[in-house]
Design a protein around this ligand. Structure first.
Ligand code: NAI
Length: 329
């Protein structure tokens, strides 16, 4: 039988952690043939709650779950890790400027990057979920110089999935009919959900929609502001859907994306589509042989160009800020 895969989850006692851990343990992260060992990282105040979640995981008697260890030290939590889901992050407090937020997250993602560099397995794959996810991934990557840069990714799959459903509803089709949708840029309000290269039932999705007003005034803001709408309605931020997207991202990374389609993932830029090299920006992406690749050769019209550039500019500014703080090169 297969050897167990070590999955480290940070922020394990948080609300995304609670939605995520049971799905990992049930086999949905890596597949039904892959046993897992969970390594949960929390801050000291979160350890007791993580222990409670571990009790519930035990009580599920998941056949694939071969162990649960709980840590408050990143060096221990990332020892031997094959997959790292970086969920725990510092939320923006009242009156907090973006620079303060990035600095506070540097205090989390720098030591985690160092721990990954020191102890993770050679095949480590990292997904940053905790916000600001793209730049948090960049900080961790910068402190793991021995790990291939491409192993550090950030999550825009939730935005991708949100966009799929909004488009399917508009066109009154099934999710399965929509292919080749893209989220570009930062996981923030500037993100750009692109339907110009998307297909619905084999036809161009933008032509099928044929409604620029809906695109600009409804679709794009609905996708970009969905997180706030969930908080407003639920009284808490999206958790199960975020966990679901993390599962989708890692499952596809490990097992490959389906033929004839792509997804969205924030991965290190190689300069494609004018995105400065090294930024961890969302692209149309396929996974082949366990590696993400940026889909090449798409036509980018003037409208898309402006939206992509605006989001990438924000990412560049975040990088400048963390550079000034000495958190990235
Ligand atoms: P939460 O506040 O319920 O849980 C966060 C957990 O992280 C807490 O248990 C906290 O103790 C822990 N934590 C804080 N610092 C830590 C550290 N240094 N090491 C280990 N654990 C640490 O938050 P929730 O709802 O689970 O969200 C987590 C993050 O995910 C937030 O930053 C949120 O903004 C982000 N998010 C990202 C999405 C995306 O699409 N990329 C979607 C939804 C949320």
């Amino acid at each position: 039988s297969n050897a167990p895969v070590n999955v480290t989850v940070t922020g394990a006692a948080g609300q995304i952690g609670y939605a995520l851990l049971f799905r990992i343990a049930s086999g949905q992260l890596l597949g039904a043939d892959t046993p897992v060992k969970l390594r949960l990282l929390e801050i000291p105040q979160g350890v007791k709650a993580a222990e409670g979640t571990a009790m519930e995981l035990d009580d599920c008697a998941f056949p694939l779950l071969q162990g649960i260890d709980i840590f408050d030290d990143p060096n221990k939590a990332f020892e031997g890790a094959n997959v790292g889901l970086l969920v725990g992050a510092r939320p923006r407090g009242p009156g907090m400027e973006r620079g303060d937020l990035l600095e506070a997250n540097g205090g989390i993602f720098k030591p985690q990057g160092e721990a990954i560099n020191a102890g993770a397995a050679d095949d480590i794959r990292i997904l940053a979920v905790g916000n600001p996810a793209n730049t948090n991934a960049l900080i961790a990557q910068n402190h793991a110089p021995d790990v291939p840069a491409e192993r550090f990714t950030a999550m825009t799959r939730l935005d991708h999935n949100r966009a799929l459903t909004q488009l399917a509803k508009k066109l009154n089709v099934s999710i399965n009919d929509i292919k080749k949708l893209t989220i570009w840029g930062n996981h923030s309000a500037t993100q750009y959900p692109d339907i110009f290269n998307a297909e619905v039932g084999g036809k161009n999705a933008a032509q099928a929609v044929n409604d620029q007003t809906w695109l600009e005034d409804d679709f794009i803001p609905t996708v970009a502001k969905r997180g706030a709408a969930i908080i407003e309605a639920r009284g808490a931020s999206s958790a199960a859907s975020a966990a679901n997207a993390a599962i989708d991202h890692v499952y596809d990374w490990v097992n490959g994306t389906p033929e004839g389609d792509w997804t969205s993932a924030a991965i290190p830029s190689d300069g494609s589509y004018g995105v400065p090299e090294g930024l961890i920006s969302s692209f149309p992406a396929v996974s082949k042989n366990g590696k993400w690749e940026i889909v090449q050769g798409l036509e980018i019209g003037e409208f898309s160009r402006g939206r992509i550039d605006a989001s990438v500019k924000e990412l560049s500014e975040e990088r400048d800020t963390v550079r000034k703080l000495g958190l990235v090169k």
